[in-house]
Every structure is written in structure tokens, then in C-alpha cells.
Design a protein around this ligand. Structure first.
Ligand code: PRT
Ligand code: ZN
Length: 295
């Protein structure tokens, strides 16, 4: 009996839904790879088991991923937040992954005057995201006609199918090349790791290991390792500029009166901190990428 139980535990796997081919696929696979998970066949059949981690990847269309996770066909999935919101299933958002960033916006033909959200009232709006748009219009007390179309939403005003569109915008160049102007941003989106809310304990334990690895990868991407030389009388000033994981590491150099300082810098503060370090006498500044960061 006990042996059967242990066998069951040994065989337990986390199944993860990944987009088969599209904007999320490469970076989803890259994230698994950077987390040290090697999939058996990289050629993306429907299923692919990991060789060195209790995980199985299932390759699907992104639109199907929320439903599959909700129905427990897979335990977790990587999908755009926009798709999760549109499908409306009760899922747990475990982690924002920082790629496939975009926004969902309302756009009008560029020649049209727009003085505020009230101008949208009564318009026909084409979209592939009727649920998100419907909620937004309702919250803003707007009465519009929603035309659901599945692709090339941006051409709808040009062919007289709609007065406006509600679609994904990333650089904005699709809007510009179709003579449209973004007037309202309704939501921001990025790829997210979502999970079914009722995972078994062994599966949850595997998921926790995966989350731990993903966070280490994410942190390393947002941070850089910095090494510099500084005159000893400036060390206090320099230490105050560098946040570091705890405090900077300071080691004496062979040259009398100088030290080597090592620390970790967040990407967002990067150039500000470098400028201040130089102002305070830092020299020989070296910045190197961090492969994994565990705090
Ligand atoms: O085949 P499958 O159904 O799996 O994929 P799909 O074709 O439905 O989706 P895919 O691969 O195009 O996009 C997957 C997810 O990527 C989306 O759900 C978003 O979360 C995210 N994403 C990020 C984007 C974009 N950026 C994006 N720019 N999805 C689509 N676009 C399209 C948009 O529809 C518009 O046509 O790009 C155009 C706008 O781009 P800009 O740069 O011109 O503004
Ligand atoms: Zn899709």
C-alpha cells in the first residue's frame, strides 16, 4: 500500500500548456529552458515530456489554454493576460512573465475629432475581444454596437464594417498604416503563468519548484552585477549609492588606498547609479549579466 503511494508520488507530473506557434511560443520555451528544464522533443508535437524535471508540455492554440487549465486538462499554462480576461475562467495568475507586452485599445479613423470617452457612445466597434470591451463600455455607461470579428480587425472601419476598433496594440504601426488613431487604452497585458485553483499537493509542490526557478530567472534578467574600483576615502559615499542584495562587497586592491567594490544593480536604476558612481570617483566600472539570482 505504502509502496503504491510512493510510486504514485514518483509518477506525478506538472502539465503545462504552451502556445504551439505564435508570439508566445519561443519565449515560453526559452523560459523553461532557462529554468533548467529540457524538453524531450523540441519539435513540438502535441506532448513533450521533460527529461530532467517532472513536467509535461502540451502545445495548444493560445485561445484554448484558459479553458484547458480550468478543466484541469493541464495544471498550468502560459498565455496572454488579455486572453485570460476575455475567456473569463476563474484561474490563478501565478506570475507575470514580462514578455508579449501589449495593450488593448480603442482606435478611431485618424481624421475624426475626439474630445473624450462620451464621443464613443452609439458607435459600432469591431473587435475579437467582445467580453473585455463589453465590460469596459458597461462600466463607462456607453451604449455601443459590438461587432465580433476574428482577424484583421484594423481593416473594419476602412471597409465600412465599423466606426471604431478595439484591438491589441504593441508598437502602434498597424493602426497608423490603417489610418487609425488610438484614443483609449483599456488594459495592459503581458504573458502570465496561470494555474488551476485546485491542484493536488504533489502537483503544487512541483509547481512551487518551477515558480522558484522562474523567479530566479526573472530576477537575473532585471539585475546586473557591477564591479568597480574606488579610492578608500570615497567608499562610504559609493556604498550609499549602491543598493546591492544586502550591502556591497568591498575588498582591498593591491594598490594602496584603493578598494574593489562588487554589488548588484537593478536595470531600472542603472544609468542613474552609474552617473552618480562616476561623480563620486568610481573607476574601472565593469557590468556583467547575472545568469541566475536566488535571494
Ligand atoms: O494561433 P494562435 O491562436 O495560438 O495565436 P494568435 O494568432 O491568436 O495569437 P498571437 O501569437 O498573434 O498572439 C499571442 C499573444 O501575444 C496575444 O494574445 C497577446 O497577448 C500578445 N501580443 C503581444 C500580441 C501583440 N503583442 C501584437 N502586436 N498579439 C497580437 N499582436 C498583433 C495585433 O493583433 C495587431 O494586429 O499585432 C498587431 C499590432 O501590433 P503593432 O506593433 O503594429 O501595434
Ligand atoms: Zn489565438
Amino acid at each position: 500500500m505504502l509502496q503504491t503511494f510512493f510510486l504514485f508520488l514518483i509518477m506525478e507530473k506538472l502539465s503545462i500548456a504552451i502556445q504551439k506557434s505564435g508570439r508566445l511560443s519561443e519565449q515560453s520555451l526559452e523560459l523553461l529552458e532557462e529554468s533548467g528544464i529540457k524538453l524531450a522533443n523540441g519539435n513540438r508535437k502535441l506532448l513533450s515530456a521533460a527529461r530532467n524535471f517532472p513536467l509535461e508540455a502540451v502545445f495548444l492554440r493560445d485561445d484554448d489554454i484558459p479553458q484547458y487549465v480550468f478543466d484541469k486538462v493541464t495544471d498550468v499554462g502560459i498565455v496572454g493576460e488579455n486572453v485570460v480576461k476575455e475567456k473569463g475562467h476563474e484561474l490563478q495568475i501565478i506570475e507575470r512573465l514580462g514578455f508579449a507586452r501589449c495593450r488593448l485599445s480603442i482606435a478611431l479613423p485618424k481624421g475624426e475629432t475626439y474630445s473624450g470617452i462620451g464621443d464613443l457612445d452609439g458607435k459600432r466597434i469591431a473587435t475579437s475581444y467582445p467580453e473585455i470591451l463589453g465590460t469596459y463600455l458597461h462600466e463607462n455607461h456607453l451604449d455601443c454596437e459590438i461587432h465580433e470579428i476574428s482577424g484583421s480587425v484594423e481593416i473594419a472601419p476602412g471597409i465600412g464594417l465599423a466606426d471604431a476598433i478595439f484591438d491589441i496594440v504593441s508598437t502602434g504601426s498597424t493602426l497608423i498604416s490603417n489610418g487609425l488613431r488610438e484614443v483609449e487604452v483599456v488594459m495592459q497585458s503581458e504573458a502570465v503563468l496561470v494555474a488551476n485553483k485546485e491542484l493536488s499537493i504533489p502537483v503544487r509542490q512541483i509547481l512551487d519548484k518551477l515558480i522558484f526557478r522562474i523567479r530566479a530567472v526573472q530576477k537575473s534578467k532585471n539585475n546586473k552585477y557591477i564591479l568597480l574600483n574606488a579610492p578608500n576615502e570615497k567608499l562610504d559615499d559609493i556604498a550609499a549609492i549602491l543598493p546591492g542584495m544586502k550591502s556591497p562587497t568591498i575588498m582591498p586592491l593591491a594598490e594602496e588606498g584603493w578598494s574593489s567594490v562588487h554589488s548588484v544593480l537593478n536595470e531600472n536604476d542603472f544609468w542613474d547609479v552609474i552617473d552618480k558612481l562616476q561623480e563620486h570617483g568610481a573607476q574601472g566600472i565593469l557590468v556583467v549579466p547575472i545568469e541566475k539570482m536566488i535571494t
